[in-house]
Design a protein around this ligand. Structure first.
Ligand SMILES: [Fe+2]
Length: 299
């Protein structure tokens, strides 16, 4: 067992942005705005669409691409001093990284970032100085959102990806499923998970399993559920309560094939006292007995 004494000299504060690559960015942006109910605040000259749901400039960026899936994950650090310490530490640890160019920082809406690759090649950036709008968000549907919750990754080697988040980025384990099949990890904002490290699975088509947005009330979940059911019945899954995090969620399968989740009641953990559990594989998906892994659960 490798027991490195090194502890990252920085603290990931929260999951800041998720960037998704799309070969049909307009269709995806239209779906997210008109069906999922999260407004597209801006379309940049390069075609990137920025989706807002709280005071930050955006939380989801839809990046035009020849491929579909995850473009990058942005993680928030406190400031430039912490970013410099992170870069120095990555160099000391022999972890390859690159600094974001000025043009990239403008596109990512941050003051600076360094980017590393997880063991399966996904781009993960440590950022500071995210652009903040602060104005009230005009949600186009009857429900609203509080912010970005978490990202779910489908991984060929979940344990390697988990160890990357733990050892390189300083995340800690919230819960795992089975012995080595899935891991939920948290950072300083204490959400039960900001990243869900999930197994690839025989039916997997995407490295990205889902992106979750937190909503303020159970009413938002159910308002969204019945609207989604009416407008996208073949893409909408029944509400579930996930036992590990207590979240009550509805999922809809987006145009690019991965799921988009609206969830209420996501558990916060106390990083100082939290004890990670091993969840029985058959019982973690839905406290109410539904099968959240079914592709579609419309009546
Ligand atoms: Fe989720």
């Amino acid at each position: 067992m490798d027991l490195s004494p090194a502890t990252p000299p920085f603290t990931v504060r929260e999951l800041l942005h998720v960037g998704v690559a799309s070969s049909q960015p307009e269709a995806l942006a239209a779906f997210i705005e008109r069906v999922l109910g999260l407004p597209v605040a801006e379309r940049a000259a390069d075609g990137t669409a920025y989706v807002r749901c709280d005071g930050y400039d955006h939380r989801l960026a839809i990046v035009p691409s020849h491929r579909i899936g995850l473009a990058y994950i942005d993680l928030l650090l406190a400031d430039d001093w912490e970013l410099e310490r992170a870069a120095a530490w990555l160099a000391e640890q022999g972890v390859p990284y690159r600094e974001g160019t000025r043009a990239e920082c403008v596109a990512r809406r941050v003051a600076g970032f360094v980017e590393v690759a997880d063991p399966e090649g996904r781009a993960v950036a440590l950022c500071y100085g995210p652009l903040w709008q602060g104005t009230r968000v005009a949600f186009p549907r009857a429900w609203s959102a509080l912010g970005l919750g978490h990202v779910g990754l489908k991984c060929r080697e979940p344990r390697s990806v988990y160890r990357f988040y733990r050892d390189v980025l300083g995340f800690r384990l919230s819960d795992q499923v089975g012995m080595e099949s899935a891991y939920f990890v948290h950072c300083a904002d204490a959400k039960h998970h900001s990243v869900a490290i999930l197994p690839w699975g025989p039916a997997a088509r995407h490295e990205l399993d889902h992106v979750m947005f937190e909503v303020p009330a159970l009413d938002d979940v159910m308002l969204a559920y019945y609207a989604l059911l009416a407008e996208a019945p073949d893409r909408t899954q029944r509400p579930v309560r996930h036992p590990p995090s207590n979240t009550i969620s509805v999922y809809v399968i987006g145009p690019d094939g991965y799921r988009l989740e609206l969830g209420f009641g996501h558990r916060r953990v106390d990083p100082a006292t939290h004890v990670a559990r091993t969840l029985a594989p058959a019982s973690f998906a839905d406290y109410w007995g539904g099968r959240a892994t079914d592709p579609v659960q419309a009546p």
